[in-house]
Design a protein around this ligand. Structure first.
Ligand SMILES: [Zn+2]
Length: 257
């Protein structure tokens, strides 16, 4: 029997049962760059996680000032933020949270900005003029960097995303491809610690590179896990069943105890 895609989107990972206790996720948001809108998109992320029945979700709209105590008790954070630095205490709290064995899912719109030592000047991201190196551990957690002059994507369009690691717990049992209605980020530089799980062909016909670009990858960080998904430009992007499946499964995998 074929399982309908909608059912698969909400299907649980085949992880060993650890009891009925729900996983606890904290969405870190409250700022996005001018191309994105955290206010309209955050409720969709919350709803997607809650609909699995596996998560209890909280949202933080003021991240600076969070301490290790505020993160205690959560299994994973969802990074949906691109704004000013958080300050040493909060950045180190998030870093240590993941390093200690917890998880993070990082979405579209977080792979450039001040955490990488960039500044927004004359309508685009550029290297900081003050020599600010950014948050030193951030690139390692993301498993990628993006040279300011390479930041971009072709025209927003519908494209096929292909799971290339079909045995990975996040992809297991899913169709080989799913459709995204999104921006396809290109020319990112992945670090050796990133394991690419899904790619998409960046079609020159829509302004792409003519290459398969990484779309979803997993990064070990200390004893924890990070999954970076470059999808999720807006509410339409986040409403695609393929996005919802990838996001919720990634969250479950990084949060697994
Ligand atoms: Zn975007």
């Amino acid at each position: 029997m074929r399982i309908p895609l909608a059912a698969l989107a909400l299907a649980l990972l085949a992880l060993p049962a650890t009891g009925q206790e729900r996983l606890r996720a904290l969405i870190l948001t409250g700022e996005t760059d001018p191309s994105h809108d955290w206010r309209t998109t955050t409720p969709l992320l919350r709803e997607a996680l809650e609909k699995t029945g596996r998560f209890e979700v909280q949202v933080v709209e003021k991240v600076p000032g969070l301490t290790p105590r505020d993160l205690a008790g959560y299994d994973a954070v969802v990074l949906h933020y691109n704004g000013p630095r958080w300050g040493a205490e909060t950045e180190s709290a998030v870093e240590e949270f993941i390093r200690s064995g917890k998880g993070m899912v990082a979405l579209h719109g977080v792979s450039y900005g001040v955490f990488f030592g960039m500044e927004f000047r004359e309508k685009r991201w550029r290297r900081s003029t003050t020599g600010d190196p950014g948050w030193p551990a951030y690139a390692e957690m993301m498993g990628a960097t993006w040279e300011p002059e390479k930041i971009g994507h072709g025209k927003r369009h519908v494209f096929k995303v292909r799971w290339i690691e079909r045995d990975h717990p996040i992809a297991r049992g899913l169709e080989e491809t799913f459709l995204a209605d999104d921006e396809l980020y290109h020319r990112m530089d992945l670090r050796p610690n990133a394991r690419v799980l899904a790619t998409a062909f960046s079609d020159p016909a829509t302004g792409g590179t003519g290459r398969d670009e990484p779309v979803i990858w997993a990064v070990p960080f200390g004893r924890g896990r990070v999954v970076h998904i470059t999808l999720g430009h807006d509410t339409k992007s986040m409403s695609q069943p393929g996005f919802i499946a990838a996001f919720t499964r990634a969250a479950e995998w990084v949060a697994a105890r």
